[in-house]
Design a binder for this molecule. Sequence first.
Ligand SMILES: [Zn+2]
Length: 418
Amino acid sequence: MKGDRDRKRHRRCVVLILDGLGDQPIPALGQQTPLEAARTPRLDRLASAGRCGLVDPIARGVVPNTHTGVGILFGLRPRQRKLLKRGPVEAAGAGLNLEPGDVAFRANLATLERAGDGFRVRDRRAGRVIGDAPEFAKAIEEVALGNGVTARFRTTDQHRGALVFSGPGLGAALSDTDPGDGSMPTALKPCEPLHPGSAATAELVNQYVQEAHEILARHPLNSKREADGKLPVTGVITRGAGAWFDLDSVLDERQIPAALVVGCNTVAGLGRVFGLHIVRQPGFTADASTALKGKLKAARDTLADFPLVYVHIKATDLFSHDFQPEGKRDFIERLDRALVVLEDSGAAIALASDHTTDSNTGAHTSDPVPVLLCAPDTFDARDGGDPPNFGETACRSGSLGRLDGHGFLLEILRYLDS
Ligand SMILES: [Zn+2]
C-alpha cells in the first residue's frame, strides 16, 4: 500500500495549452485542418497510446475567449466563469494585487484631445508609445479621486496597462470608454453604469479620465515626443471592468501545486490569479519566435517541484487570426519536433486548447477542440484503441468522448490522483 501511495504522489503531468488550436477544414490544405495537415509523429503516437477526445472549452455552443477558456483549464469552475473579467487578469499581470471591493480595468495610454465637454480619441495607443510608457505611468501611478477612492495605474507592455480603483462602495458593471478599433479620431465614450449599483463608480471613471488627461497632457516628455514627430500621451482609456471575487479554484480545493511556463502577459496574469507558480525566461514570447524547446525544457525541470505544469503557447491562435493556416501547420510540426524534450520525463502529457480559431475567417468559434492525455507507462504501447492521426476528425471517435474543459481537467486530476 505504501509503495502505491508513493507512486501516486510522484505522478506528474505536463499540460500543453495550444491557444486556438482547433480549426476548420481549409481549402488550401485539401480540406484538412492545420493540425490534420501537419506531420506530427509524436502527437500521433501519444494519441494512439493514450486517450483523445473533443472538448467544448466552456460548454457546447459557447464561443470562448482566451482568459475564460484557459481559466477553466487552470481550475475555474463553470459557475464562476462570468465573474472572471479581463481587467483583474491584466491587473494581476501588471503586479497590482486586488483586495475585496476593488475594481480593475484593462487600460491603454492614448492620445486624447478635448472636444466640447468631452474628449476625442486621436489614437487609442498613442502611437504604441514605446519606451516612454513607464515614465508616463509614473505620473499617474496613484490618483486620489475623493471619498477615499484611489486609482492605481501600471503599464504592462507598449501602450497597455491596468488600472485599479480601491475604496468604499465601488461597482464593476461599467461600460468601456475605449471606442475600439475603427476610424480615428472618434469620440471618447463616457463610462456608463450597466447596473444602477455602479452609477457612482461610472462617474468616478469619467472623473478619472479628466484628471489623468490633465496630468498627462502637461507631462514634459510630450514636447520632446512631438518634436520627434510622435503622438503625445494625453489620456487613459478603459475596458474589461471587473471586480475582485472569491475564486473557488479546483486546484486549490485539491491542494495541487501547479506551475505555468508562459510568454504571454495576459496568460501570465491569469496564472497569478489562480496562484500558479510562473516560469518565464528570456526567449519565452507570445508569438511564433518563442523558444519551444526552451519552454518544454523549463516545464520538464519544473516537474521536480510541481506535479502539474502548464505550458501556454500562443502562436497557433495568431496564425489563425492572420489567416495563415500553412503557418499554423508548420508551427504545429515544430512543436511536434520539440516534444522530444519531454520524452522520458516520467510525466503524463496532456494537450488542450482554449478555443477553436477558424483560419478561414480569423475568428474564434464554438467548435470543440481536439485533446489528448497520455500516461507515461503507456507511451510505448502500439495498439492503443485511439486513432493514430491526432486531429479534429480523428478525435471524434476517441475514448475520452466529448466533454467540457472542466471535465477534461478532472480527467487530468484523476490521473494525478489515481
Ligand atoms: Zn485563445
